[in-house]
Design a protein around this ligand. Structure first.
Ligand code: ATP
Ligand code: MG
Length: 461
């Protein structure tokens, strides 16, 4: 364990810190104002109450140890659930900083799909960089593509530019999938003399961030590469939650409510809502739990049959007899094994999923026709409406803390890390650990059982 802890921490350090290249840290004045304020309040030691986080400050990665073989997990399957003794660095401003703010050139890039809160994070990164005294801040347009596409121009960023961007959803910088080779990107980073790179994105983007960090280390560049996990699906390992998820659940609830109204108001109505969740059903599960209007929740982690005595279709028949209407909430990655597989991939190399919503709609329609009955199905796919909204209050706060901590992490001399919230503490984690696989809903967890209790649905197998 100790050995692993060392490796864990070693990987997060800039090469010049690992190799003792004699880069002298200097003291920051980041919290000077704060300290003077506290001094005025009668606290007499500057050192004692300075609000800095020390490099020795750690948060425990795990607080609950599941030891009995019958105990149910809290919510998700997690390959690190036995790492009960591992500690991770607390995020926050350090007294010693490893970059001269005057000479820093910082860049921000947003990759993958849209997610509520991207602008909030960009804004806080810019604010915090400026507080440290950084003057040279740029935005890379349209994801990793923006590094290499000559037609895409970098965007100078400052407090004035980003002041109100949080009032709208989307990303000020634009996003994209696919696009660029790691070596080409590092060439461009070198040519642009970027010394801090903040990368906002999901699993794919983090894999890219890790590759960039490794290539920069190989070239012995003094650059801090810090990722901020952006995944509406909440599918990043080890983190309590990722920004955008809360907002997505809130918006998804509205779609479920509309589906319920439509279904309830129609003669033998069925409302079908497809939500995001390629491999993880967190949005569908939480939206079903919070709305309380879902009769059937289908997620990728839990297989189900459509046909047969215990299938979804038979259960729908019963619901229609009993209630006269029904609401189904399905995650986009659910039931993929029932569908015709295509080998199509998107620009980033992700498999293009077959549309489970359209498939279910057809199947239900045909089933009720076959049994000589009637069903009025209303299918709602709110995906793009949800992704594009602005962050809600709780996500806006999460984005603020993550954005500020990303900058503190860079100044503290970390690289190849990502920022997150772990057991309610804000921490830095090495990228490799969090992207080993997507974080999944545990079908044996208390949370999924709560969802089943709430919907009243049986096992469909
Ligand atoms: P989302 O949650 O929206 O899917 P994502 O970050 O997973 O976000 P992707 O489109 O999968 O989105 O990837 C974003 C970027 O990361 C793309 O430009 C892609 O080329 C790059 N990328 C993905 N995987 C890797 C990898 N293994 N190595 C280097 N770059 C990668
Ligand atoms: Mg992805």
């Amino acid at each position: 364990k100790i050995h692993y802890q060392d490796q864990f921490e070693e990987r997060m350090r800039l090469p010049h810190l690992n190799d003792n290249l004699n880069v002298t840290p200097r003291q920051t004045t980041f919290f000077l104002k704060n300290r003077v304020g506290r001094l005025a309040d009668g606290i007499d030691s500057l050192e004692e109450k300075s609000n800095y986080v020390d490099d020795n400050d750690r948060a425990l990665l795990r607080v609950i140890k599941f030891s009995s073989p019958t105990s149910a997990g809290a919510e998700c399957i997690d390959p690190y659930c036995n790492w009960v003794e591992l500690w991770v660095h607390r995020a926050g401003p350090r007294k010693q900083i490893y970059f001269e703010p005057d000479s820093v050139k910082a860049a921000i890039v947003t990759c993958g799909g849209l997610c509520p809160g991207l602008n909030d994070v960009i804004r806080q990164i810019v604010f915090t960089l400026e507080v440290y005294g950084v003057k040279n801040i740029i935005g890379i347009p349209f994801g990793y593509r923006g590094f290499v596409d000559e037609e895409l121009l970098e965007m100078p960023l400052s407090r004035d530019v980003v002041q109100n961007i949080n009032l709208a959803g989307g990303s000020l910088l634009g996003v994209s999938r696919g696009g660029a080779d790691v070596n080409d990107i590092v060439d461009r980073i070198q040519a642009k003399q970027i010394s801090m790179l903040f990368i906002l994105g999901g699993n794919g983007t983090h894999a890219g961030g890790k590759a960039l960090h490794e290539e920069c280390q190989r070239r012995r560049m003094k650059i801090s590469i810090i990722c901020v996990p952006k995944t509406i699906d909440n599918d990043i390992l080890l983190m309590d939650k990722t920004f955008g998820f809360d907002t997505a659940v809130e918006e998804a609830q509205k779609a479920i409510n509309s589906a319920y109204i439509e279904a309830h108001s129609a003669y033998k109505g069925i409302g079908l809502v497809k939500l995001m969740g390629r491999s993880s059903g967190f949005i569908a599960m939480h939206a079903s739990l919070s709305s309380g209007q879902t009769d059937i929740c289908l997620i990728p982690e839990v297989p189900f049959n459509l046909e047969g005595q215990y299938g979804v279709l038979k259960y729908l028949e019963k619901l229609m007899q009993k209630k006269g209407s029904a609401v189904i909430c399905v995650a986009e990655g659910a039931g993929q094994e029932l569908l015709q597989r295509s080998n199509a991939i998107d620009a980033s190399g992700n498999a293009v999923l077959a549309d489970i919503g359209v498939y279910l709609q057809q199947k239900i329609k045909n089933h009720f026709k076959d049994i000589g009955d009637h069903a009025d199905i209303k299918y709602i796919d709110p995906t793009y409406m949800i992704r594009a909204v602005r962050a809600n209050a709780s996500d806006a706060i999460l984005c603020t803390v993550l954005g500020q901590n990303a900058v503190h992490g860079a100044f503290a001399g970390f690289s190849g890390i990502t920022v997150g919230i772990c057991n309610t503490h804000y921490v830095y984690l090495p990228i490799s650990e969090v992207i080993e696989c997507p974080r999944l809903v545990d079908p044996d967890s208390r949370m999924w059982h709560r969802c089943l209790t709430s919907t009243g649905q049986p096992d469909f197998i």
